[in-house]
Ligand binder design. Structure first.
Ligand code: FSX
Ligand code: SF4
Ligand code: F3S
Length: 400
């Protein structure tokens, strides 16, 4: 989903009046119109939770600030985080990112190799000592002296320690760099860990997700550009603007969950109708991320796991992604009403049965208050649907 749409805020003339930015400037640099660019900036500001008045500040930072040097390290990972960054639009994200930062070291994107690249890294570090951004992609193996991942003769741990020492800020991109991710899957044979654990530091911003959402990375960098510091985070280093709400809270299928309408098998009637994926193992109810609001890759609406019909596997949540079985039922933690999707009106609730409510409540086994509330809601829906036509009943209601 384009950020401007996701954020719901559109720039007004007053917001951008002070900005000395011509149509030609924008079109030349980003290949988009000034209006598209300002809508993009409005989306970034909205994603960061900033008011309309900050749109011009964000735009100004993107077009006029000195480009910070970025050293981007790769360790144990699949490069999906870089790939997702290169597959975005509005404006083309790689154009933007390569324009607003000076990417002085990136093993995947560099045409050069070997000593030339290592020399470029050292030169950038010396020139921008204390000012450069370190971005880490991938987990760092700690077992056996870290020998399971080496770059230019150094272990991942040695290289990261060296670059981190003089960095202004460190961003861990992806679940691997945030908390170990896929490489740390049990039994974790190489002792993989996230950057914070490997360096023994708590001041690292993490942007988990496998891959991470490129807009969350971009918004974090833009925050650094605009305000000279990284955005506020939770205790796990995750920016609050992106990771403070459960996916379930704003999921497009949430109305079906509330009404007790679930897909029970891939391809069944409920699945084809876009019903809730909870019973297929969706981990949205226990995963904190903004995937349901800021989608991926700009290939159109619904470009996110649940939008494509697959349950969320909790790829961004430590202890869920790559830990819990994909099709096991999620815990219902801290349920709150959705902020952006309305509840189902009574007339639409005819898919629910008391048995379905009992099944959900019993299977969860946690959040007793939430379960009682859910049971009451589903029972009420059942009463309201008593007069619904028999032919309207979804197939899975009969199964339940
Ligand atoms: Fe990890 Fe990123 Fe998953 Fe891959 O590199 S978060 S394996 S998508 O690409 O680090
Ligand atoms: Fe969406 Fe999953 Fe929650 Fe269902 S359980 S509403 S599919 S996040
Ligand atoms: Fe991952 Fe779930 Fe989001 S699988 S991309 S956290 S919807």
């Amino acid at each position: 989903m384009p950020l401007g749409v996701a954020g719901g805020d559109q720039p007004r003339e007053g917001d951008v009046a002070s900005l000395d930015l011509t149509h030609a400037d924008v079109e030349r640099r980003y290949g988009v119109s000034r209006r598209e660019f300002m809508t993009f900036c409005a989306g970034i500001a909205a994603t960061l939770g900033l008011p309309n008045s900050a749109i011009a500040q964000v735009a100004d930072a993107i077009v006029s600030k000195q480009r910070p040097s970025v050293i981007w390290l790769h360790h144990q990972e699949c490069t999906g985080c870089t790939e997702s960054l290169l597959r975005a639009e509005h404006p083309t994200l790689e154009t933007l990112i390569l324009d607003i930062v000076s990417l002085d070291y990136h093993e995947t994107l560099f045409a050069a190799a070997g000593h030339q690249v290592e020399a470029a890294r050292k030169a950038a570090m010396a020139k921008n000592k204390g000012k450069y951004l370190l971005v880490v992609e991938g987990a760092i193996p700690l077992k056996d002296g870290g020998i399971y991942c080496k770059i230019g003769g150094q272990t991942s741990l040695e290289l990261t320690r060296e670059v981190a020492a003089d960095a202004a800020a460190i961003i861990a991109i992806g679940s691997c760099a945030s908390w170990g991710g896929m490489p740390a899957t049990d039994p974790n044979p190489t002792g993989s860990a996230g950057v914070a654990e490997a360096l023994g530091r708590k001041d690292i911003v993490t942007i988990p997700g496998c891959p991470s959402n490129p807009y969350n990375f971009l918004a974090t960098v833009v925050h650094f550009l605009t305000f000279g510091k990284l955005p506020p985070t939770d205790s796990l280093g995750r920016p609050l603007f992106a990771y403070s709400r459960l996916i379930h809270e704003n999921c497009e299928r949430r109305a079906h969950f509330d009404a007790g309408r679930f897909a029970l098998e891939f391809g069944d009637e409920g699945h084809r109708k876009g019903y809730c994926l909870y019973k297929l193992g969706c981990k949205g109810p226990m995963t904190y991320a903004n995937c349901s609001i800021v989608h991926f890759g700009d290939v159109g609406m619904q470009s996110w796991p649940i939008g494509t019909g697959h349950p969320c596997i909790g790829c961004s949540e430590q202890g869920v992604g790559f830990s819990k079985p994909i099709h096991a039922l999620a815990d219902l933690v801290g349920q709150r009403p959705p902020a952006t999707y309305p509840g189902v009106v009574e007339a639409q609730g005819h898919g629910a049965t008391t048995a379905a409510a009992a099944l959900v409540s019993g299977a969860v086994g946690l959040a007793i208050g939430a379960s009682v509330k859910l049971t009451r809601l589903l029972a009420a829906n059942e009463r309201a649907s008593a007069s619904a036509k028999a032919e309207d009943r979804p197939a899975q209601s009969a199964k339940e």
